[in-house]
Design a protein around this ligand. Structure first.
Ligand SMILES: [Mn+2]
Length: 394
């Protein structure tokens, strides 16, 4: 009697893993092939002893991951920002930490995030997305912020974000401390006309007080953003708030303005899907789009040591990523910022890596939901919106 050979069977034929294996074969390889042929042209064919003839002499493109010039995901560096409208997504750094009230260092956030982003491929297994094949991405470098002067920096940031937003490219901002949330939203609002934006804010902290230490610091962005008529406080959704670092001045403002707060316990009790429903219902009540402000410290301090005000008891990374993914899938998202990454306090780049993950997941869900690539500018961008070099900003 011969024993039957065991054959591999997936435990569940309809599992995410088996769907992921299926999806991969339908993704094109065109972008990768173009990258290889350009690499061979610009970087010269590899030495004769190299058997893999896709390898150039000078590293060009994705490989090896530790080599090359660090833009975000090795996207092309767009030196001429007037061309930003030619891309689906524009990455921009805001290396500003003059708004911090405890540990600084987020001025190094954009470079920290870019450096570890080189670890990532443009492909995600379970989502079945290959960013290189499906969208165009550029890295604009950084906005010129003025150290020691929040207000001048805010003007620079608003002008830069307004420029990107008006072009139709989707803005992704690498912070920077959270004080930049006010000027980024102000930049978006400049081109909304009479349309409105809801803010979905992931954080342990409310960030709603008028001033802190006598200035508009990183504890203050939403007080000022919500004073803009396009960004009402009733559409501010605050997920993950809690702990021993929430200032009472800010809580008073949340109560008076009736912002929409869920604590980590609330989220655990109602569940992630109900949290998504809550966030969308409140952020989209009477608005036309959603801006996502992701403070990395919304995640438990154990996972993100490299931040200004670490607070234990936050969201688990997979909870935060689940919420973010579902929100991006279901809402018209007009921009994303990831703030409070402070590489000098980081360990093994893990906080920067979390930020990279937030950004890459957002890009993937924008693709999966059909929001990117755009066929035309979304209706919430005012039809007369002009890039900044064609208009005068004050
Ligand atoms: Mn925070």
């Amino acid at each position: 009697m011969t024993e039957e050979q065991p054959t591999f069977r997936h435990p569940n034929e309809s599992s995410e893993a088996s769907r992921a294996l299926e999806k991969e074969q339908h993704l094109p390889l065109t972008g990768w092939q173009q990258e290889v042929s350009q690499g061979l042209e610009f970087g010269l064919e590899g030495a004769a002893s190299i058997r893999d003839r896709t390898i150039p002499t000078f590293s060009r493109g994705e490989l090896p991951h530790y080599a090359g010039i660090n833009t975000f995901l090795k996207a092309p560096y767009l030196e001429d920002v007037r061309q930003v409208g030619n891309y689906d997504i524009a990455i921009v750094g805001v290396p500003h930490d003059s708004g911090t009230t405890y540990r600084p260092g987020t001025r190094f956030g954009p470079q920290g995030i870019r450096r570890i982003s080189a670890l990532y491929t443009p492909y995600n297994f379970e989502l079945g997305v290959d960013l290189r094949e499906q969208i165009t991405l550029c890295d604009l470098g950084d906005i010129f912020t003025i150290p020691g002067n929040n207000e001048k920096s805010f003007d620079q940031i608003s002008k830069g974000i307004a420029h990107i937003f008006s072009s139709g490219a989707f803005p992704i901002v690498l912070g920077g401390d959270h004080s930049i949330g006010y000027p980024t939203v102000r930049g978006v609002c400049r081109h909304l006309g009479d349309r409105k934006v809801g803010i979905i804010h992931f954080d342990r902290h409310v960030d709603t007080q008028e001033t802190d230490l006598d200035e508009r610091m990183h504890t203050c962005p939403w007080f000022h953003a919500n004073n803009i008529k396009n960004a009402p406080a009733k559409n501010l959704v605050q997920l993950g708030i809690g702990g021993w670092q929430v200032p009472r001045q800010g809580v008073k403002v949340c109560r008076e303005r009736q912002t929409n707060i869920l604590t980590v316990t609330d989220i655990t009790e109602i569940g992630l899907d109900s949290t998504v429903d809550f966030a969308l219902e409140r952020a989209l009540d009477g608005t036309d789009c959603v801006y996502i402000s992701f403070d990395i410290d919304c995640i438990d301090a154990g996972f993100v040591p490299g931040t200004g005000w670490p607070e234990p008891g936050g969201l688990l990374p997979r909870e935060a990523l689940y919420l973010l993914g579902k929100i991006v899938q279901k809402a018209p998202v007009c921009g994303l910022e990831v703030v409070e990454v402070s590489p000098p306090y980081d360990i093994s780049d893990m906080t920067s890596l979390m930020a990279t993950r937030v950004i890459c997941d957002t890009m993937a869900h924008l693709v999966l939901s059909g929001q990117l690539p755009r066929q035309e500018k979304p209706a919430y961008i005012h039809p007369k919106a002009q890039p900044e070099f064609l208009s005068d900003w004050r």
